[in-house]
Ligand binder design. Sequence first.
Ligand SMILES: [Zn+2]
Length: 408
Amino acid sequence: MNRNKTEKLSNAAQTKHNKSLVLQSVQAEDGIPMFEICNRTGLSTATVSRLVESLIKEQFLVEHEPIAVPKGRPMKSVFFNSKGFYMIGIDLGTTYIRGVLTDLSAEIIKEVEVVTESRKDPQYVLNKVIQVIHNLANTNLIDPAKIIGVGMAVPGIINHNTGIVEYSPAFNWRDIELKRFMEKGIPYPVYFDNVSRAMALGELTYGTGKSFNDLICINVGYGIGAGIVIGKQLFYGTDGMAGEFGHIPVAGDGKILCSCGKNNCLTAYASGDAIVQRARLRLNDFPLSVLNAIQSEDLDTKLVAEAAAEGDLLAQAVFNEAIEYLGMAIAGLMNIFNPQAIILGGGITLNGPIFWDKLKLVITENVFDHRSTKYQILPASHPGQTAMYGALALVFREIISLNLSLPK
Ligand SMILES: [Zn+2]
């Protein structure tokens, strides 16, 4: 009897695995012909037909014939049922909490944005996120019962294995059980990850990253982080914390302390926060700089970048120095991982040629130069919304792997 039970369970696990393979095929090519699913999965036509039928019943997929039927047998193609379920994506930034309600194709149905007030306690901030989610779900455009999950991109050191925000310097949070807290306030499962890893997953699911197997997505904003993708899978490391690119040590003046308490981290040289702090430190050396006319507390990365673009010598010195450090560190990362592409997003990358031209030059000068080296340095696909698409991709990943509990 026990044996039968075990066999039954393993059959169920096998079916789930095969269904996930079918969903992965549709993810790779939305509108995929049935025979192509067989090719990609190695499953028989009969098995694929049965699994697709089941996934149609469960409202994940739809099947219809292409408009122009080629000669011969009509060929059915399989698509995601974009209106079958809905997702919510949350970009928990230090300035704004941005949320979107989308269909399964990540088409935005509703958007909400509120100020974060990041210095308030974690409960206050997370309750604000819960309000944003209620606001997004409270619409007559969809049936809220069909919302399948909430994805959250969160800055800081997040232990993927335990689901705990171990430390978020931007919020000054330590050991926050984010998933547990959130799920007490909303009727949907919550999937969250470090913003840089989420961004990498977003690129892989909805962006340029779709066409790569191995890529590294680097987030250069208030802090610096990376999401490493190997063979189309996010790399987490032993403790679920891989990608803390901002804390690799670089040799420098050590004048600024990183949020982790050390003073040789890349973040202390090349992050948005470091750029502002370093500009402040050198104001006296550049009495003619336009930055002297700005109140110290009003100085931000955008102002430094604008001044640099207009030829201000202090701003240029600080900005270029930051890019030097960043470019050299990226070259090191490329030598180790040999990725097809490096994709960069985050506020600092939105500064046009003064960022990109210099960065590409520094990388070219420092990366190991081998004849067969082929790589692309690319901007993130959804400027300003990269984290949001990352948050949605966290939910979508659970759909593809069929790891979520469906709405009743
Ligand atoms: Zn550090």
